[in-house]
Design a protein around this ligand. Sequence first.
Ligand SMILES: C[S@@+](CC[C@H](N)C(=O)[O-])C[C@H]1O[C@@H](n2cnc3c(N)ncnc32)[C@H](O)[C@@H]1O
Length: 171
Amino acid sequence: MPSSRRLARLITDTPHLRQASAVVEIGPGTGAFTTSILEQKRPDALFLAVELNGTFVQMLKHRHPGVEFYHDSAAHVQTYLRKHGRETCDCIICGMPWGIFDETLQRSLLAAICDVLEPGGEISTFAYLGGPWLKPGRRFKRMLPEYFSKVTVSRMIWMNMPPAFVYRCVK
Ligand SMILES: C[S@@+](CC[C@H](N)C(=O)[O-])C[C@H]1O[C@@H](n2cnc3c(N)ncnc32)[C@H](O)[C@@H]1O
């Protein structure tokens, strides 16, 4: 189920996105957050997205011809920033399903993302209601302060299916 417009508005409602010179979207899926990112980001900001599912990538390229969508894992995000002459970015909007990943995958993806984030940069990602009560979601929540100096949790978006909230993490 794609995320709702309300969750898209919440996850992209951050000054980090509006001020960033380079923005990365991880796991855009069918593009629920992409339109909102395009509305909020600086017109001159670099924007690229990395998505594991090739069918979604083809669909997104067709829908947003000006955006750089790469068919790959977030583990290789640095390769794509380098393609555009950057080592790091200021803002990451992430739709990856952290709550279904095992610890090894959670840690390797968090490390890859943290590596490409500028100090002071922010990643916003979401989880579903109840996710933090299940083992992988609980582990993910506890892990975030190991990688980021500031972690905050948003209000719940009840009109999302299922209800969801946003983690904002500053490096
Ligand atoms: C829950 S969907 C969210 C899609 C969209 N952001 C939304 O909120 O509707 C998760 C997306 O993350 C992608 N994904 C999962 N693992 C990934 C990885 N390692 N690297 C990049 N994308 C990944 C999936 O293919 C899927 O499109």
